[in-house]
Design a protein around this ligand. Structure first.
Ligand SMILES: [Zn+2]
Ligand SMILES: [Zn+2]
Length: 172
């Protein structure tokens, strides 16, 4: 079966950077690419489980090291969620040269702190916030690096987050 285009591109970029394409690296790239295309956001544990299905000989610890090294080489990006979880995406080809700045071109994420769902957000949504932080604090906001937490539409509709603090004024 031929490589999906983004896996092929990642492999080409790794080789061009003088990096080896090991069985573990290849398996991780395929798993993350499939997840990206299915609009899934996988944690390291979930990626490890899927790599184990495809390549049982690859140890879980190797998968975690591989994720770290692929982020370092710029072919994967990581996003911190609430708690300790981290999710991964394949980066677009331009990112290798622009590694220092690539987060700014990536989509941002919001995560529901009730159900854990992760949603993609276009990066330009934060343009005003980014401009103000730069102008007022000289701060460069990196919206791609961590998810913002909140409550998703479904959980909000179920009223999970609607428990008012006792004594707090209630808006209806
Ligand atoms: Zn939710
Ligand atoms: Zn995403």
């Amino acid at each position: 079966m031929p490589d999906p285009p983004r896996v092929g591109s990642a492999v080409t970029r790794l080789r061009a950077a003088g990096e080896r394409v090991t069985t573990a690296r290849y398996a991780v790239l395929r798993v993350v690419d499939a997840a990206d295309r299915a609009d899934e956001h996988l944690t390291a544990e979930q990626i490890g489980a899927r790599v184990a299905e495809a390549e049982p000989a690859v140890h879980r610890a190797t998968v975690y090291r591989t994720l770290t090294s692929l982020v370092e080489t710029g072919v994967l990006s990581h996003v911190h969620l609430g708690g300790t979880a981290t999710i991964y995406h394949l980066t677009e080809p331009a990112s290798l040269e622009e590694h220092q700045h690539h987060h700014q071109h990536e989509h941002a994420h919001v995560q529901c702190h009730e159900c854990g769902r992760v949603l993609d957000v276009p990066p330009e949504l934060f343009d005003d916030v980014r401009e103000r932080l730069r102008a007022e604090l000289g701060f460069e906001l990196d919206t791609g690096h961590a998810a913002l937490l909140g409550t998703c539409r479904d959980c909000d509709a179920r009223g999970i987050a609607a428990n008012p603090t006792p004594g707090a004024p209630r808006r209806s």
